[in-house]
Structures are given as structure tokens and as C-alpha cells.
Design a protein around this ligand. Structure first.
Ligand SMILES: Cc1ncc(COP(=O)(O)O)c(C=O)c1O
Length: 390
């Protein structure tokens, strides 16, 4: 079906300086991976986010795989994850040997809270994944404080929340690891795929680059001939006396080059999205069938603009928006326990009434940065028209 306004898989357009940065990286007589743009992107990212260490990776999923591997799960270890998130927040932890305990979300903020996490803690809890879903910063400070000293690894899934702050501190810098995505749909994309893993713990400084790049590292002795015994060493990454097998999760230089440029305007991109979200939400004031989450500060970057329908007519609304108005609204974040993958692995049951209620009534509007002002007004007018007609 051809929509007048589709729910685009593309988050934003590029400006000339970003296109030039790509061309320059293509022409540079350097390796197209693991070279100067990677170093510069990682440094700029640490400066921007306020993290001690930042490591580029090819996707946020790879960053989650890395953090899951680093947890070194043993028999019966559990990881707490909301059922209302993207699948990558969860399955890497299953691959790494953990058992999932599904946490509920708060109905108003649509993310986990200290209370919903606390309700899932057991003596076997070894890790917690906190997604800042939709671009809203969850109570990560309180969650980190809650489990302090309990030998629990906390992973912030900041895939959607780049640039989001709790007070002045950036999401993705509170927990043991922060995970960011530069996928095509995100507020900032490094040409379709890309990611970053951050940490403030120097323990992982050498480990993560080795895990990310096939176990490559230097020899621990001086070489007389640079080509002997080999160009470089491959070693077994070890954490707390236990080995972890490496992979190849590297991000290319061209993607890093554009990432450096995009970081210069991510705050602007986020501010523009937030301003538009507030404009949209305020325009809907007289339509209380739709419940939005209104946050007029940088705790929300409105990666996505979602509402909960309280009239029980969600599907009729989406159908009319699509077929009468040509506007593609969607529903997102199928509770993970309902997916075949999790059901087949024994994780089909979840006691998450808010997640279920939200998903069953939620609407996600087209909200890519590339929408023109007139398209945004069209969505608002259509929404009002359809709501009145229902
Ligand atoms: C909450 C969340 N976590 C993880 C990911 C995975 O990101 P990537 O596509 O970069 O692997 C996404 C991407 O959609 C996401 O929204």
C-alpha cells in the first residue's frame, strides 16, 4: 500500500557536511576499518556522553551480546528484562546462558521503574537490562542504587536515548554498560547500522576491543622484525580468570566518519523532535481518548511518538488513518513473551499487566525527523478527524 505519510524506516536526512565527511573517508588512503575515524568517533562520543570509555560496534545488538558475554552467567543466573522492549534487549542474554525474568513497565512512562525491577529481584539475579524505550530516560539512577553491592551487572539499553539526560547526566553512563544504536531508524544513524558500548570501568578497557575484534591484541614482548612471529597476536580474552570467546563486531571507518559529524548536531535533532512532539501532544489536548507522555525537557528525545488509546478503538483508528487518510500508524514492541522465539524457549509466560495493556492499546505515529511541518500538521488534522468520526 502506498501511504501519503509512511512510518519511515529512515530517521533523518543528511546535511552537506555529513556527505562530505563520507566522501573524504572514502578517499582517505587508510584502512576502511579500525583506523583514525574509529578513534576520533570514540573520543568524541566519550566527550559528548560523559563516559570514560566508548567502543564503536556494528550494531547495538553486538553491544548487548558483548555485555551479556561479560556477565559470565552460571547455572540458574537470572537477568531481569522488561517484556515491552525490542528483542535485542533480551535474546543475547539467553545465548549467554541466563534465565529471563520479565519485568513490567509503568503505564504512564512506558519503561521499567525501581519498583517493577525490585519485584523481580531474587537471590539468582545476576543482571538487569534497563531500556530507555521511546527515548525516555528510565529511573536508572535509582535502579543502580537499588542493587549496589549485590553483584548484579546493570546494562542500560540506551539504543533509543542518545542525548537524553537525567538532570545533567546522560543516559548510558549510569550503569556498568551503556548500549547505543545508530540504526537507520534512530535519531542519529551511521548509514543504516552502527552502535556504541560505553563503560566507566577500566577493567574492560582492553577486554572489549579484543572481544570486538577476533581476539586481536599486541604481543607482550618486543619484536625485532615486525612481521615475526605474526603481524599481530590473537589471544584468549580473560575476565576474572575465565575465558570469553571473541567475535567480529567492528564498525567501518566511513560510518565512524559520519558519526563524528552527526554528534555535532544530535542535540539539535533531538530538540527539534521534542518541540514537535510537544506541539503534537498539545494539539490533542481536547481528545482525551489518546494518552501521550508529555516531557518538555531533555529527559525525552521523542525517538518515537506514541499514545495509548483509552477508548478501545485502537484498531479502528489505525485502519481509518491508513485507508481514509493515507497515514501509516503502527503498533510496536510486541511483548517479547508473546513471540514464538521466547515461547519455544519456555519464556512465554509473563506477569506484566501494564506491558500487555499498553501494547494492546498503543499507537505509534510516523515521527521521522524528515517529516515536513505541513506533513506534521496533516497527521494532526487527520488524527482529530478520525477520532471525531469514531
Ligand atoms: C531498545 C532497543 N534495543 C536494541 C536495539 C538494537 O539495535 P541495533 O539495530 O543497532 O542492533 C534496538 C533497535 O531497534 C532498540 O530499539
Amino acid at each position: 500500500m502506498n501511504f501519503k505519510i509512511p512510518f519511515s524506516g529512515r530517521g533523518h536526512a543528511y546535511v552537506e557536511s555529513e556527505i562530505e565527511a563520507v566522501i573524504e573517508a572514502m578517499h582517505a588512503p587508510l584502512s576502511l576499518t579500525q583506523s583514525k575515524y574509529k578513534d576520533e568517533f570514540e573520543k568524541s562520543f566519550s566527550d559528548y556522553a560523559g563516559s570514560k570509555y566508548s567502543f564503536t560496534v556494528n550494531t547495538a545488538t553486538s553491544a548487548l551480546e558483548l555485555s551479556a558475554q561479560i556477565c559470565q552467567f552460571k547455572n540458574n543466573d537470572e537477568v531481569i528484562i522488561p517484556s515491552h522492549t525490542y528483542t535485542s534487549s533480551a535474546y543475547p542474554f539467553l545465548k549467554a546462558g541466563a534465565k529471563i525474568v520479565w519485568a513490567d513497565i509503568d503505564l504512564q512512562t512506558r519503561v521499567v521503574t525501581k519498583e517493577t525491577i525490585e519485584a523481580c529481584l531474587t537471590k539468582n539475579t545476576r543482571a538487569i537490562v534497563v531500556p530507555h524505550l521511546y527515548g525516555f530516560g528510565a529511573q536508572i539512577d535509582e535502579i543502580v542504587e537499588l542493587v549496589e553491592g549485590m553483584n548484579i551487572v546493570v546494562v542500560e539499553d540506551a539504543a533509543q536515548s542518545l542525548g537524553v539526560r537525567l538532570d545533567t547526566r546522560m543516559t548510558g553512563t549510569f550503569a556498568d554498560f551503556g548500549v547505543f544504536s545508530f540504526h537507520s531508524h534512530k535519531n542519529m544513524t551511521t548509514l543504516g547500522e552502527g552502535g556504541m558500548i560505553t563503560t566507566n570501568d577500566s577493567k574492560y578497557k582492553e577486554l572489549i576491543p579484543m572481544l570486538r575484534h577476533n581476539g586481536h591484541c599486541g604481543f607482550n614482548f618486543e619484536r625485532e622484525n615486525y612481521w615475526q612471529p605474526a603481524m599481530g597476536n590473537v589471544d584468549l580474552p580473560i575476565l576474572d580468570n575465565e575465558p570469553i570467546m571473541p567475535s567480529n563486531y567492528c564498525l567501518g571507518e566511513v560510518e565512524c566518519a559520519i558519526g563524528i559529524e552527526l554528534l555535532k548536531r544530535i542535540d539539535q535533532l533531538n530538540d527539534q523532535k521534542r518541540e514537535r512532539a510537544i506541539y503534537f501532544i498539545d494539539a490533542m489536548q481536547d481528545f482525551d481518548q489518546l494518552e501521550f507522555h508529555r516531557v518538555d525537557n531533555d529527559r525525552h528525545n521523542y525517538h518515537l511518538l506514541v499514545a495509548m488509546d483509552k477508548s478501545g478503538k485502537r484498531d479502528s483508528f489505525i485502519r481509518k488513518m491508513a485507508f481514509d487518510e493515507g497515514i501509516q500508524c503502527v503498533v510496536q514492541y510486541y511483548p517479547l513473551n508473546r513471540y514464538d522465539l521466547y515461547q519455544k524457549l519456555g519464556y512465554g509466560e509473563a506477569n506484566c499487566p501494564n506491558a500487555d495493556r499498553f501494547f494492546d492499546n498503543m499507537i505509534s505515529f510516523p515521527f521521522q525527523h524528515m517529516l515536513t511541518d505541513s506533513e506534521l500538521d496533516q497527521i494532526i488534522d487527520s488524527t482529530k478527524r478520525v477520532l471525531k468520526s469514531l
